[in-house]
Design a protein around this ligand. Sequence first.
Ligand SMILES: NC(=O)c1ccc[n+]([C@@H]2O[C@H](COP(=O)([O-])OP(=O)(O)OC[C@H]3O[C@@H](n4cnc5c(N)ncnc54)[C@H](O)[C@@H]3O)[C@@H](O)[C@H]2O)c1
Length: 321
Amino acid sequence: MRVAICGAGDMGERHFAAFSAIDGVKVAAVSDVDEGKARRVASGGAKVYPSSEEMIEKSGVDCVSIATPTAFHARLAIQALGKGMHVFCEKPMARTVEEGEAMAKAAGKSGKVLAIGYSTRFNGAYMTARDMIRAGKLGKPGTIRTSRCATQEADWHGDIAGNGGAVFELMTHDLDWLAWTLGPVERVFARGLAKGKARVDRDYALAVIRFGSGTIAHLEASFAEMDGFHCAFEAAGDAGLLSYDSRRATTLEARLVTPDGLRRLSEAPQGQKPLEKEITAFVAAVQDGRGYAIPADEALVALRLAAAVEKSIETGQPVMP
Ligand SMILES: NC(=O)c1ccc[n+]([C@@H]2O[C@H](COP(=O)([O-])OP(=O)(O)OC[C@H]3O[C@@H](n4cnc5c(N)ncnc54)[C@H](O)[C@@H]3O)[C@@H](O)[C@H]2O)c1
């Protein structure tokens, strides 16, 4: 199986390593508008393209993996599906619901796999918590608090108009995980710094969501974090409590001075990381239909919720999605 990767930033580099580690899979091409970045990531004879569109047109690969900023997801996914290629696209699915729906339609028409990279579904703590909640181990879930906070590292993180800020970049994981775990949402109410703005550096948003089941969730997403990334949740039911904080999980942290500047690496020393599990499952879904690829219709749920959060921030009113 030959794969082409669009975008050679943090995630593109990880996609390259995760695909390359799978037997029978070869990353044949890498694109980045910054050609030097693509060249730094590409190894083992992978061809470098400055244009993703040209790479999709000419590389003749079986699969395209999209790790560009969100603004480009829909356009590149639809082009690749139209060429008969399978697509693994990073979360969030797209910037707007209309774009996401067009991606789902293109996948349906092509009959190829379109998977959206909600890696939190492959994170052991979130998977176990979901299983416990759904098995009734907490009794009736009353409240769930989630938090996802990062230092703003890329300029595009502040481009609300193009990429959606903290809601689309960070909160989207928790919206996806909560809806996957708890089912339909009844009401969304949110506040955020992005209200009325096309650009906000160090964006911040808070949302309160009521589920059809009666559970209330409180979600925090922040690009105003001092020191790197962390995510956490607390869930409370009438029979128990659960909590997770990535800052307490055992990981090996490294800060390395490289010719490209300071780079932060975070390694979980044991077992496969969520992204590796996710990409292994995507490859299995493409090869024999047995892997778990998060389908477009499920990813659309999170996209519609992010759009509802955005609308509530804009209007100051509750939104029924
Ligand atoms: N699953 C996760 O946990 C997770 C974590 C971080 C980011 N992401 C997602 O991955 C995607 C990329 O994020 P990142 O952190 O790697 O960003 P990044 O800024 O590190 O890298 C993005 C790269 O894309 C390049 N680029 C921009 N437009 C392009 C185009 N049209 N074609 C090719 N390259 C282009 C940029 O030059 C940059 O090198 C985003 O959608 C983000 O939401 C997912």
